[in-house]
Ligand binder design. Structure first.
Ligand code: AKG
Length: 259
């Protein structure tokens, strides 16, 4: 049966800035997604961008502390099909309150067992060059628990405006800008559960203290109305200045067009 979103779910998202959608991905598709993501992690796929968010430039491939792989859809036909799913694009469109949705980016974040660092509290949009806060879909590929560093969100924080981007230092920047995380919620997840959040929602995750890896496949969706607000295209510099320009279709294909 096709997956849709109810008015109640949209209202929850509008009020809280995040939404848990249990079992959004299941069966064969979940297996294909997980296997293909693991093939990227194992460095068995041509990879557009791979980095260790928890280490330095010297980290050998396969030893990353907090592995980020970006742009899977660009090199894997299977991930392209998964990333451009119209069914999920329509859900993102409802959350963005728009009729046309483009793929902003996709990525894997993998935290190996016993090695990884926390994800410091941040709002994605502060670091993004796009004019409208995007909707992110975080799909768990493993059982994510408090111990393995499941996601945490501060309900309502999307209404506070732009406060804090990713903190590559001690992780206390959210405190310095006066954000209080005492009412934050922790969301444990099973494989295939999706959590949506808005680019302005404060979120983070604990370290992975288990023996198993904690993997997520993440898709960021942009409203079709989005333009660049500074000259920083998502996939690296271009010859032309992109400020004020719409996201180009080559790097940001439409998933849903104006109905
Ligand atoms: O998976 C994580 O630990 C962080 C994910 C995140 O920050 C995001 O998807 O925006």
């Amino acid at each position: 049966m096709s997956k849709t979103i109810s008015g109640e779910q949209v209202k929850f998202f509008d009020d809280n800035g995040y939404l848990v959608y249990r079992g959004l991905v299941a069966g064969d598709e979940l297996k294909q997604m997980t296997d293909e993501c693991q093939a990227f992690i194992d460095n068995k796929r041509e990879t557009f961008f791979r980095d260790d968010l928890g280490g330095d430039d010297e980290t050998p491939v396969g030893k990353e502390n907090f592995l980020q792989i970006l742009g899977l859809w660009k090199t894997s036909p299977m991930m392209r099909e998964i990333a451009l799913s119209e069914e999920r694009g329509r859900i993102a469109g409802a959350l963005l309150h728009t009729k046309s949705v483009q793929l902003l980016s996709d990525m894997i974040l993998s935290k190996p067992g016993q090695l990884s660092r926390p994800t410091h509290w941040h709002q994605d949009y502060v670091d993004h060059s796009t004019s409208i806060p995007e909707v992110t879909m975080w799909i768990s590929l493993d059982v994510a628990t408090e111990e393995s560093g499941c996601m945490r969100y501060l309900p309502g924080s999307h209404k506070l405006g732009e406060k804090v981007g990713y903190d590559y230092d001690g992780g206390q920047n959210y405190e310095k800008v006066g954000m209080d995380i005492s009412t934050a919620v922790m969301v444990e997840a099973e494989p295939g559960d999706a959590i949506f959040h808005l680019g302005l929602t404060l979120h983070g995750a604990g370290p992975n203290q288990t023996e198993q890896q904690r993997r997520a496949y993440i898709i960021r969706y942009a409203a079709g109305e989005t333009v660049f607000r500074w000259n920083e295209p998502i996939y690296g510099p271009k010859e032309e200045n992109v400020i004020g320009k719409h996201l180009d279709e080559e790097d940001h294909p439409f998933i849903v067009r104006d109905a």
